[in-house]
Design a binder for this molecule. Structure first.
Ligand code: SF4
Length: 109
């Protein structure tokens, strides 16, 4: 997926002006999560996670609208991710820096 121009890191980060960069982070699933099985994967380390596409985005993302296609069923990890919280801002800053450099994005957490 070709991403839009990188958002500037700012203190007013909002999902309405973001490339959904948090949806490239590893989302570890918990037993209480109710995500359709075909959207999940198991890492070599044995973690049950949201599967990602070849470009690194969670397979549940709606590429056309850049939003979660299973919003009502999204995992607890996604529910707890705070928009404009410290992790959101640092993730956006890392993404912006990589986009400015033209380096492919790989996020690890
Ligand atoms: S489940 Fe939805 S909110 Fe969570 S990473 Fe995937 S697309 Fe994003």
């Amino acid at each position: 997926m070709s991403a839009c121009p990188a958002p500037a890191a700012d203190p007013t980060a909002s999902c309405h002006h973001c490339d959904a960069v948090c949806c490239r982070l590893t989302v570890v699933l918990m037993p209480e999560d109710r995500v359709p099985g075909h959207l999940t994967a198991t890492t070599p380390e044995g973690l049950h996670v949201m599967a990602r596409n070849e470009e690194g985005w969670c397979v549940a993302i709606d590429n056309l609208h850049m939003r979660c296609s299973i919003y009502e069923q999204r995992p607890g990890t996604c529910r707890r991710f705070a928009m404009n919280g410290p992790y959101c801002r640092s993730t956006r800053e890392e993404y912006s820096a990589r986009m400015r450099k033209g380096i492919a994005l790989t996020l690890h957490n």
